[in-house]
Design a protein. Structure first.
Length: 216
């Protein structure tokens, strides 16, 4: 594997969770708290974050693309991840910044592995290939029952409704179970947060977890 070399001086923290968990709102408030605490923070998202990856995002999430093959979907996510990694994440880490990413490698396992039924081993290998066999220092998994998450999406006025939101409840339940299995398998990295609470409580819990991780 041809890796992109960098001196990683910063910290990579990812935010994960099923649809409707509130990651975007949490990310904004968490970043503000960390900046107020003196950290230089970069926020970004997957798929997207840079021009090429945002273009791929539009293809993946377009509600018209219902005929997309599951493996095509996975490979598009991986391609977007690679470009985002080399163009956005690595330079920020090399500069010593705290990088917060809305969705990352665990999303592929949860959605394309558990949700779509693709090989988790294949997905794990593709993730490692895309990001040079690296992992986040910390992953915050915001958990919410699937029914609650989908109800939040339906009631939201500003959140984009994408192709994955249109999937049936069973798909979302499989995705949630995938996340929970990942957290159980890697408890040192993945910290479970109950997102079925008021936003301020969830953000405060997330802030404490990040502070504890940075203090190590």
């Amino acid at each position: 594997m041809e890796n992109v070399k960098t001196d990683q001086k910063g910290q990579l923290i990812t935010l994960e969770g099923p649809d409707g968990a509130g990651k975007t709102s949490i990310l904004e408030k968490l970043a503000s708290l960390l900046e107020a605490a003196g950290y230089e923070v970069v926020t970004t998202r997957e798929p997207g974050g840079v021009t090429i990856s945002e273009s791929i995002r539009k293809i993946i999430l377009d509600v018209e693309n219902t005929s997309m093959d599951n493996k095509t979907e996975l490979l598009l996510y991986i391609a977007a991840r690679r470009q985002h990694w080399v163009e956005r994440v690595l330079p920020a880490l090399a500069a010593g910044k705290l990088v917060l990413v809305d969705r990352f490698i665990d999303s592929s396992v949860a959605y394309q592995g558990y949700g779509r039924g693709l090989s988790v081993n294949d997905i794990t290998w593709l993730n490692a290939y895309a990001i040079d066999d690296t992992k986040p220092q910390l992953t915050l998994l915001f958990d919410v029952p699937s029914e609650v998450g989908l109800a939040r999406i339906e009631s939201a006025d500003v959140r984009e409704v994408n192709r994955l939101d249109l999937e049936k409840l069973d798909m979302h339940k499989r995705v949630r179970q995938g996340y929970l299995d990942l957290a159980k398998a890697d408890p040192d990295r993945i910290k479970l947060v109950n997102a079925n609470q008021d936003l301020e409580t969830v953000v405060a819990t997330a802030f404490d977890l990040v502070q504890a991780n940075l203090a190590k």
